[in-house]
Ligand binder design. Structure first.
Ligand SMILES: Cc1cc2nc3c(=O)[nH]c(=O)nc-3n(C[C@H](O)[C@H](O)[C@H](O)COP(=O)(O)OP(=O)(O)OC[C@H]3O[C@@H](n4cnc5c(N)ncnc54)[C@H](O)[C@@H]3O)c2cc1C
Length: 471
């Protein structure tokens, strides 16, 4: 039997939703709020020891980690548009330790490796915190943890289990003392495994660090083709070429330069709202003194957080796959989704009625069938790739950089030996099957949220064959 969710039961009036969105602009707050110097276009052909394609976190970490290993390398990074314009500059800024998109997904796929993957994930997050200190990365990095909240009675039990000082169970009163929402029924605060960051500033600062280390960064330099001249790998842009001893492909959800990876990721659009800065009275009305990242437990879940100037970012829930699998700016404008998000925001924080959203934007989630990144090499080990972080790549991209560099060095290391690194996921089917499958899954997840979490036959079958997903 179908039941409603709290966001339907306690929906605000339509006029309040309209008012909240009236002044919003379609623009990415994080990119507007991060000063980034322009980088030149690749004008003349060059030789390089390492060429990196893609100027998001994966490409930038690869450049930095390669220089840290060997400062003498000549490294060239080619970005099609501007550094960090894509997922890296428009995400929620949750820097999570998990390399497997959560424990449940890791447990299902690589149970014998999970403890090792968790240790490597924590070490990766600690190393990011250490790099923030060492390089003076000014990106509002705060290690405040994540507060997971139950917003329906059937979710309360999901939070049970023994706690520790770093993983605290909160009953209804305790969770509302942290963040005052009438929708919160219980919570769990994992204090160590997540930090928050300003995504746009992180991209700009990683580019600054890379440039300081001597990496040559080029923007508006899309790589159109990849060839092998027998001796080196040649990357072709519209204006010039790079002949490189080694190449790292960090193009994520964008069409891969390698044919074998074309069906390995699909873009699923995720939508975000950002409020104006809250006044101190508004902030006091919701608490949130410990500034955790916040997420609820539904299959279609919301995530939210405070910015340094006390705006609230509120995103998630409606993840939309547009049939054909293209990446198009037009997909970022979806009024019905922004209205839904604004409505759910007011259900969560009725005391904030009257607060205005200033920004709305969307981005393509880098979805793979295993819900976390996959890795590999091509062209006789001289080209490495990592992609498919499925919406959890802010921290995992640094780990991916290390995997690619180990592989390009031809070394056998702890990372290259992981089953998670050696195995390739299943590809998505070609269109139109991809649309049918992805949209049926989405509908089923929505139904499960309306049926006290009960999964239908499709979801159970996907679980059984290793394609199942829960948040
Ligand atoms: C709305 C949203 C919210 C998210 N929230 C979170 C979160 O809170 N926490 C989290 O961990 N993850 C989150 N993610 C996911 C995270 O942002 C990504 O996993 C991560 O940024 C991936 O980094 P990347 O460098 O691999 O990819 P991208 O940032 O997409 O960078 C790839 C770059 O490659 C360039 N490129 C592609 N093809 C070429 C070519 N042929 N030549 C030259 N350049 C090329 C592109 O222009 C692009 O700049 C979110 C994503 C979105 C969209």
């Amino acid at each position: 039997m179908s039941s409603s969710t709290v966001f339907e039961r306690n929906a605000p009036g339509k006029a309040a939703v309209t008012r909240a969105l009236d002044d919003s602009r379609h623009a990415v707050f994080w990119l507007e709020d991060a000063a980034a110097p322009g980088r030149p276009r690749l004008g003349t052909s060059v030789d390089a020891d390492l060429a990196i394609v893609g100027g998001g976190y994966t490409g930038l970490w690869t450049a930095i980690r390669a220089k840290e290993r060997d400062p003498a390398l000549r490294i060239v990074l080619l970005e099609a548009k501007t550094i960090g314009w894509a997922a890296s500059g428009r995400n929620g800024g949750f820097v999570e330790a998990s390399l497997t998109h959560g424990e449940a997904n890791g447990e299902r796929r690589w149970p014998e490796e999970l403890a090792q993957l968790e240790r490597l994930g924590s070490a990766n997050l600690d190393a990011i915190a250490e790099a923030v200190e060492r390089y003076g990365i000014a990106a509002d990095f705060e290690r405040t943890g994540t507060l997971s909240v139950a917003v329906e009675p059937h979710q309360v039990g999901w939070l049970d289990g023994p706690g520790t000082d770093d993983d605290v169970h909160l009953d209804e009163a305790a969770v509302r003392r942290e963040i005052a929402s009438p929708t919160f029924l219980a919570g769990r605060w994992d204090r160590r495994s997540t930090a928050l960051v300003h995504p746009g500033k992180l991209a700009a600062e990683l580019a600054r660090v890379a440039a300081d280390l001597g990496v040559e960064l080029f923007e508006h330099s899309a790589v159109r083709g990849i060839e092998d001249d027998g001796e080196r790998v040649v990357l072709r842009t519209d204006t010039a070429r790079v002949r490189a001893r080694r190449v790292a492909l960090a193009t994520n959800v964008f069409p891969s330069l390698l044919k074998r990876n074309r069906l390995m990721t699909v873009p699923v659009y995720d939508y975000v709202l950002m409020t104006e800065p809250l006044s101190s009275a508004q902030l006091a009305s919701i608490g949130w003194k410990n500034r955790q990242g916040l997420a609820d437990l539904a299959n279609q879940f919301h995530y939210s957080r405070l910015s340094a100037d006390n705006r609230i970012l509120y995103g998630g829930y409606d993840a939309i796959y547009h049939s054909g699998g293209h990446i198009r700016p037009g997909y970022e404008e979806r009024p019905q989704t922004y209205r839904k998000l604004a409505s759910h925001f007011l259900t969560t924080f009725p005391q904030l009625e009257g607060v205005r959203f200033t920004h709305r934007w969307a981005g393509a989630i880098d979805t793979s069938t295993r819900f976390c990144a996959f890795f590999g090499t091509a062209r006789r080990g001289r080209v490495a790739y990592a992609a498919g972080f499925t919406g959890l790549g802010v921290a995992a991209t640094r780990f991916a950089a290390d995997v690619m560099l180990d592989k390009l060095a031809g070394e056998t290391t702890e990372l290259t030996e992981l089953r998670m690194v050696r195995e390739r996921p299943l590809p998505f089917p070609p269109e139109p099957a991809a649309s049918v499958g992805i949209n049926l899954t989405r509908i089923s997840l929505d139904r499960a949220d309306h049926r006290n979490g009960r999964r239908n036959l499709l979801l159970k079958t996907l679980d059984a064959v290793g394609l199942g997903f829960d948040s």
